[in-house]
Unconditional design. Sequence first.
Lengths: 180, 299
Amino acid sequence: MSTHTITVTVNGAAHTAEVESRLLLVHFLRDVLRLTGTHIGCDTTHCGACTVLLDDRPVKSCTVLAVQADGRAVRTVEGLEQGGELSPVQRGFREEHGLQCGFCTPGMMMVATALLERNADPTEPEIRQAISGNLCRCTGYVNIVRAIQHAAAEMRGAAAAVPSLGGEPVQPAETTGATA
Amino acid sequence: MIPSRFDYVAPASLDEAIAMLGSRGGDAKVLSGGQSLIPMLKLRLAAPALVVDINHIPALAYLEERDGALRLGALARERDVEESAVVRERYPILLDTARVIADPLVRNSATVCGNVAHGDPGNDHPATMLALGASIVARGPNGERTIPAREFFVGLFTTALADDEIVTEIVVPTPPPGSGGAYLKLERKVGDYATAAVAAQVTLDADGTCARAGIALTNVGPTAIEAAEAERFLAHEPLDAGTIDQAARLAAAAADPVEDRRGTPDYKRDMVRVLATRALRRAARRARGERAADAAGRS
């Protein structure tokens, strides 16, 4: 019971391996499958650098056991490009300079991918809410938001109509709330 | 960070899970969302011999209103709460609470029952469940029992749950007409534990007096704290600026905070007063059905 044979579908391909119970999903991806596009940042469930999609939902792969992914589908940044074509989200990050050092970028792009699969036309607050579990220390998030908007517009077939930033004030997530 | 070695099982039924949980002399842990347990395993604050994964028990995955109560099964995730029309309509305090827990990625996995069962004073649902008068249903080898929330939180990371019991459901009584609630949290940044937070749930009579008030506090003591004096004070009082101010002072007096990087005890106590004032105002607005004011208050 301390080792298990698991089969995980990663970016469409089934992988079977024997793993220890304690092996984390991020280590399975990086060390067993050698998919090192998924980064380890804080290793404490805060930063989101290790974000992957588990059955289409973004999760922090440093906080999932590899055995928990048995029989399930994982998507990583390596799965975004299809047939030599960057995905719309990848193109958005390139076109809008959505990265500087690039460390948070795989996680950001996976969150953005999941968001746009569920919501083709997110508002800026919805985008900021979606990436609120992913930390970027370079960009100040402005270009990341713009990159996701670029991708959304392209996916809707209206790349020319990218909304400009700076008009609508950003609504912060509800915390302390306002008085009456 | 790598956890200590442990055995892992993923039973397909609750009975099997309970048997396995009791099989290691108390040295076993339940894995539901894993968003508290796995960090603790990695930090080696927990090193159980056995982890019992209950995610393969589909009967535990529900969030539904039935027999006069909202019932949250052990696998109801925070995102299920966020996406529930019933919660948005009739239990807005629960939506408030879910939305300020950690971040959206964590909420895709994290469960409400896990948040309560963990016994962490920094977790957000315990105060909300106290304010709502909820109960916790636990199953063990000797059967099922229902524990009122006010008897569940015993001490720091300590609950009324036995080692071989699993929280299977949380039962939130459906508030009567004229009810409203709110949960307000002060946090340093997204995903942080509360510097202080206040849950308030009120029921107003037809004439506007307060028939019942539930008020409870997060992360200002070894457990979530029910502000019982503030609740008693508000009962049968009109809910106005004066009574809310007095109730908020009583709530602050119930806090028992310690100094840490989030602030001094005096600061936290005063934040409880401020948050209690705002939570009671918002709860009253919701109880009166003032949706426009409610929406404005979300900015």
